[in-house]
Design a protein. Sequence first.
Length: 202
Amino acid sequence: MNSISANLNVMIKACEKASKILIRDFGELEKLQVSKKGPRDFVTNSDVKAEKIIIEELKKAITDSDAYALARNHNFIMPQHLLLTLLQQSGGSAELALKGLGSNLNRFIEELNHQVDELPVVRHNVGDVKMSPELVRILKLAEKESNKRGDQYISSEIAFLALSQAPNCQEIFKKHGITQTALERVIDELRAVSYTHLRAHE
C-alpha cells in the first residue's frame, strides 16, 4: 500500500483536532506514513504547523462531511459527502467554480443529494464513521495536484478538482457538461484573482 506523505499527514492531524469522530480513522491512516526521515516527512504534531498547511475551508468541509454522513446513518465518508459540503459553503471555492462555469448550482446539489441518499445505510449507527478508501484516494490525488502546482498545502479548490474525478461524482460533472479542462481553467482564474487580492493587501 502506498505511503501517505507529510502534507497529507498534517492535513489529517488538523482534521483530528476538529473532529473527534474521525480520530480513530485518521490513526489508521497514520500507520501508512513514510518511516525515513527527510524534508517531506511528517515530523511534528504542532497544531500551529497544521493550521498553516490546511486551508480552513477544506478542514471545515471534511468535518462537516463526517457529521453529514453520521446524520444519514452512513458508516463511510464518501467523496460525495465532501463534494456536497464544499458546494454548500456560501462563497466558497467550489461554489464560485461552478458559477464561473455557468452551471446551475442548485440543480447540481440536488442531483448530488440524490446520489448521497442512495448510499448504503447502517441501522443503529453509533457514530463509527470512517473515511472511505475512495475518499483517501481522492485526497492523495489532490495532494499530487498540489505538489505539481508547487503548493505547500491542499486547498479546497484543488480538492474540488480532484473530486471531479471520483467515479460517482464524475457522472454529475459530465451531465452538466463540465470537462476537466474547463474546470482547471476556472480554478486557475479563481486562484489568480485570490493571489492578486492577497498581494494588494500585503
